[in-house]
Design a binder for this molecule. Structure first.
Ligand SMILES: C[S@@+](CC[C@H](N)C(=O)[O-])C[C@H]1O[C@@H](n2cnc3c(N)ncnc32)[C@H](O)[C@@H]1O
Length: 292
């Protein structure tokens, strides 16, 4: 099946290139609020966030921390609204996100990004579906938010549980998708029983994938191919259109192409174009990169 792919260098907060209801599946991983590696991106995207971080140096108020967290989620929520608009009835949104732990002004705390995104998507009108936990193999237990817990002591009660899972949140817009009886593309997209048993269980332990990443992929916090591939095969059929509004290195486009789905990706950082090109290099499909 010949498929088409479009990469738009621009913000997905407005996806004016996409008509209402024109996308069947969204698979993405946004910048995670309150994770240090994304601070600069949020500050650059919204001067209010940069100002609040500055204020925090002086006022050290809890309220300021809350405002920063809120503003970061406000930034992402514009994209969740646009996603709702462009998804078809029955379309699915898959959001890979991790919670954040951080010490601010000497106080250690958890920022439960997964619950904030769920609340926002519910308010937009999505139906929340059971989520997946991606158990990552490499993270070490932490003591007081940094360093290894083991070796630092075994005494209760002041150590913290390690965040070694990320969430893959799943939402549906509207009703179940409808198909003609015996739709050939749908039947051709069926998964096997072992695939169904593994993919539709709640915990995914994807060992070793991270070791295969290049430096650039690490800088974009690319998710493993297997995550994109499983989600595409679970929640779309051949010939569908898959959207990634936070494209990063281009993983979703590559896996959509390899699995005979059309795709559209949005990415604001044009420095990633060479990385994206490299990733989609081997795809034998019609792929256009468009600068807004
Ligand atoms: C966590 S990374 C995505 C990684 C991706 N899943 C991969 O496999 O490479 C998030 C990406 O979203 C991009 N981004 C942030 N805000 C954006 C926006 N408003 N529109 C489009 N892309 C955005 C960032 O530049 C970053 O590359």
């Amino acid at each position: 099946m010949q498929t088409k792919h479009k990469i738009i260098i621009g913000s997905s907060q407005q996806m004016s290139e996409l008509a209402d209801g024109s996308v069947h599946l969204m698979v993405t991983s946004p910048p995670y609020p309150m994770i240090q590696m994304w601070d600069d991106l949020f500050c650059g995207a919204n001067p209010k966030i940069a100002k609040l971080w500055q204020n925090l140096q002086n006022d050290k108020r809890e309220e300021t921390v809350r405002q920063i967290y809120d503003a970061m989620h406000d930034y992402l929520s514009l994209v969740w609204h646009e996603t709702y608009r462009v998804l078809c009835d029955g379309g699915i949104a898959c959001i890979n996100i991790g919670d954040a732990t951080r010490s601010i002004n000497g106080k250690f705390r958890l920022f439960p990004n997964h619950s904030r995104v769920t609340e926002i998507c519910e308010k937009i009108g999505f139906t929340t579906l059971p989520y997946i936990l991606w158990k990552k193999p490499t993270t070490k237990p932490k003591y007081k938010g940094k360093g290894a817990f083991l070796g630092s002591g075994f005494l209760p009660p002041n150590a913290y549980v390690t965040l070694d899972c990320e969430f893959i949140l799943l939402f549906r817009k509207g009703n179940l998708r409808k198909f003609p009886v015996h739709d050939p593309d749908r039947y051709d997209s069926a998964f096997t029983k072992p695939q169904r048993d593994e993919w539709f269980s709640q915990i995914w332990s994807l060992k070793g994938t991270r070791q295969t990443e290049s430096d650039l992929e690490r800088r974009t916090a690319a998710f493993p191919d297997e995550i994109a591939e499983r989600l595409i095969k679970m929640f779309s059929i051949k010939g569908d259109t898959v959207l990634d509004p936070f494209l990063g290195s281009g993983t979703t486009i590559r896996l959509a192409s390899q699995n005979e789905r059309n795709s559209i990706g949005y990415e604001t950082d044009q420095n990633l174009i060479p990385t994206i090109r490299k990733k989609i290099d081997s795809c034998k499909a019609d792929i256009a990169i468009i600068k807004r």
